[in-house]
Structure formats: C-alpha cells, structure tokens
Design a binder for this molecule. Structure first.
Ligand code: ATP
Length: 277
C-alpha cells in the first residue's frame, strides 16, 4: 500500500459571476507516493502543481476524486481532523522570507509546534538542538531572527520546522527556486540526506527539470491540470515520450553552448512538426 494515493482528483475553483467563470485546475489526477519515496511533480507555471500540493494539505477545494493517506481517505476532513494530521504531513514553501515569522527567534519558530502538542520545555529545547544539527545550522542559530540568515539558511530553518513533528510526508513546493544554483544543490542534498536518515517521503513540486532529476525517484509531468507522463526519474527526464515533456526538457538551460545549439535546432524541428514555425 502506498503512503499517499491520489485518485481521479478534480479541483475546481469557484468563479465570480460572468467575469470569472469557475476554473478546473485539476482534471482527474491520479498518482501515488510510497514510504520514503520522492515523487517529483514537474510542469510549467499554471499547470496545477501547487493546487495538487494544496489539495494534499487540505487547502484546496476537492470537487471529486479521493486522496488517501496511509489507507485513510483524507480529502473532505474537517479542520480538527486535519490538524491531527499535521504530525504526519508537513510542508516547505518556496519563499523562506515570507514563510517564517520575522518577529520570532529560530528557537521560538521551532519550539512552537512542539509546545502546542504538550511537549515539555526541556524536551522541546533538546529537540531544537537536534533539529538544528540535522539541517546543519550552528547551535547558536536558535537565538537569532530569520532576517539574520541567508536564503539557503532560512530554507534550512523551514525544513527544520517541518521536521519537528516527525512527519512521514513533506509537500515541498518549489523549495529551492528562490536560491542561487550552488545553494540549491546543497539544500537538495540536505533533503536527500534527511530522507535517507528518516525515511520521509516527498511530494516535490518544481518547474525545473534539473532539480527534479536530482532529487526524485519517480517523476510525474503536469500539463493543463493533467498528468501527461510519469515514470522513473531517469527515463522521464532523459527520454521523455510526451511532446510537452520533450519541450520542457529542451527549454531547460544547459551550460554547454554546443549542447544549447543542438537544443535550439531540436526546438525548431519540433515547432516545424507542430506547424508553429
Ligand atoms: N484560488 C484560486 N482561484 C482561482 N483560480 C486559481 C486559484 N489558485 C490557482 N488558480 C488557477 O489554477 C491554475 C493552476 O494554478 P497552480 O498555482 O496550481 O499552478 P502551478 O503549476 O503551481 O503554477 P506556479 O508554478 O506558477 O505556481 C492556474 O491557472 C491558476 O490561475
């Protein structure tokens, strides 16, 4: 049995009169994630990736279909039932600048979720030291405010906060997109290292094929609210079958100018085939 199973999920955002009709952001999406597995969800802006992540977190309106976690249906839970799930499913967002309360010290950010569930102060302090160590931040980081850290370090704080409840699944929504390339690589390696140690599973949302290739076991490609292709990460990112994935691959930047020229030619060939050129 998979840890997360999404079956024929439809999410429709309500409209606002004739000016803005209802919009179907997910059109029957099915996917699954096993324990300790990373499913990379890739697709261009507006394809519905965040909507899927939000639906898993109980934050998007599920029109039809089901989401199961550990065998239990979790789509349609009320707020209290959903809160009980926060020990199991956590989230790391793209922007560590806005997702961390700027007025709270790192200690307070990390102890808050523990203290509300009845953990003692001494135990919470011990746990914070352990969390800082897990995300490779110095132990004196606890006394400082988020603004005193770099973007990559802030994302480490956000990861530590997600880990504080020992979740089995983390929805990661573009967690490295706001970081420069070398910081991206280090934070991705941290995600992998944490997974190897804790067995946590990731739904890893990104528009970046290079990122998805680095981190995922399996990849699902979204296009206009549907999964158009899925499979193991190497196959989907190196030899995609669907024309949309092929275009996504060709659009990804590569440092080698010769390779870039080959890609330009390939893009032109595809455009010709599709009658766009
Ligand atoms: N609350 C909302 N109300 C109405 N439409 C919405 C709402 N949220 C998202 N949408 C629409 O649903 C579609 C999918 O959006 P979503 O944010 O899930 O895409 P995405 O692939 O994550 O894109 P991005 O990478 O830009 O965040 C978009 O067309 C968007 O405009």
């Amino acid at each position: 049995m998979s840890l997360l199973e999404v079956d024929q999920l439809v999410v429709e955002y309500p409209g606002k009169g004739w000016r803005r009709p209802a919009f179907r952001a997910l059109k029957g999406v099915s996917l699954s994630i096993g324990t300790g597995e990373t499913l990379g969800l890739v697709g261009e802006s507006g394809s519905g990736k965040t909507t899927l992540g939000r639906a898993v977190l109980g934050l998007a309106p599920v029109t039809s279909g089901t989401i199961r976690y550990d065998g239990q249906v979790i789509s349609g839970l009320n707020r209290a039932q959903r809160r009980a799930l926060s020990d199991e499913i956590q989230v790391v967002f793209q922007d560590p600048y806005t997702s961390l309360n700027p007025a709270m010290t790192v200690n307070d950010i990390l102890t808050e979720p523990l203290l509300v569930t009845g953990t003692s102060r001494a135990e919470a302090d011990r746990r914070v030291r352990d969390l800082l160590d897990q995300v490779r931040l110095p132990s004196d980081a606890g006394q400082r405010l988020p603004r005193e850290f770099s973007g990559g370090q802030r994302q480490r704080i956000a990861i530590a906060r997600a880990l504080s409840r020992n979740p089995r699944l983390i929805v990661c929504d573009e967690p490295v997109s706001a970081l420069d390339l070398s910081t991206q690589a280090r934070v991705l390696d941290l995600f992998i290292e944490i997974q190897e140690r804790t067995g946590v599973a990731y739904l890893f949302i990104t528009h970046d094929l290079a990122v998805v290739r680095h981190i995922s076991h399996r990849v699902a490609v979204m296009y206009h609210g549907e999964i158009v292709e899925s499979g193991d990460a190497a196959t989907v990112t190196q030899a995609p079958e669907h024309p949309y994935t092929q275009r996504l691959l060709l659009a990804a930047p590569v440092p080698d100018p010769q390779r870039q020229a080959q890609r330009r030619a390939e893009r032109q060939r595809l455009a010709l085939l599709e009658g766009r050129a």
